[in-house]
Design a protein. Structure first.
Length: 185
């Protein structure tokens, strides 16, 4: 089994476990997240990989940051995670890749995520995983327009935007791809 198939199966199992742990039926999760029951079933059966927007809705429904939605936290803290062991999730339709750089931990709050988005893409999140989630976005390369709380920011290499999520957010690339790091608490 290739790594992509294994990753899809792991995510499917983790999402199903989260739903069971919260005592939610597929229908209840569909109502809470705004994702159709049929789509949720296909995701949990590893028939499809969720889009970035779908993951955003699920993160909000479970009140978890995306990184914890994508990979369960380890019960014990291991301070080092090698590059080849870092969890990478991709939305091929949007040309979006998300690498969890920080070693997983239940005890520590700060997480570092490396992201890349191909040119001419638009990724919209209709609500945050939880209100007030603090982010520090550091542009490594390219350009990105991010809209937070109705205010748009045009970012280029070296720029850093610090914000708290309270409502919808939007990430848009133009002619250049974007590569950036988000540190979040």
């Amino acid at each position: 089994m290739d790594q992509k198939t294994q990753s899809c199966l792991s995510l499917a199992e983790h999402l199903k476990t989260l739903r069971f742990d919260q005592g939610l039926s597929l229908q209840a999760l569909a109502e809470k997240s705004g994702v159709s029951r049929a789509t949720l079933s296909r995701i949990e059966n590893a028939d499809v990989s969720p889009t970035a927007e779908t993951l955003g809705r699920l993160a909000s429904a479970f009140a978890l940051p995306l990184s914890q939605l994508l990979a369960p936290l380890e019960p014990s803290f291991l301070p080092l995670i090698r590059h080849d062991k870092q969890n990478v999730w991709s939305d091929l339709e949007k040309g979006f890749a998300r690498r969890v750089v920080s070693p997983p931990s239940r005890q520590l709050k700060l997480e570092v995520i490396e992201c890349s988005i191909e040119p001419h893409q638009r990724i919209a999140y209709d609500r945050p995983a939880f209100t007030g989630h603090e982010h520090h976005l550091l542009m490594l390369a390219g350009s990105l327009t991010i809209t937070v709380d109705g205010v748009s920011y045009n970012l280029n290499s070296g720029d850093c935007l610090r914000y708290q999520l309270r409502s919808a957010s939007l990430f848009e690339t133009s002619d250049l791809p974007a590569r950036y790091i988000i540190a979040m608490t």
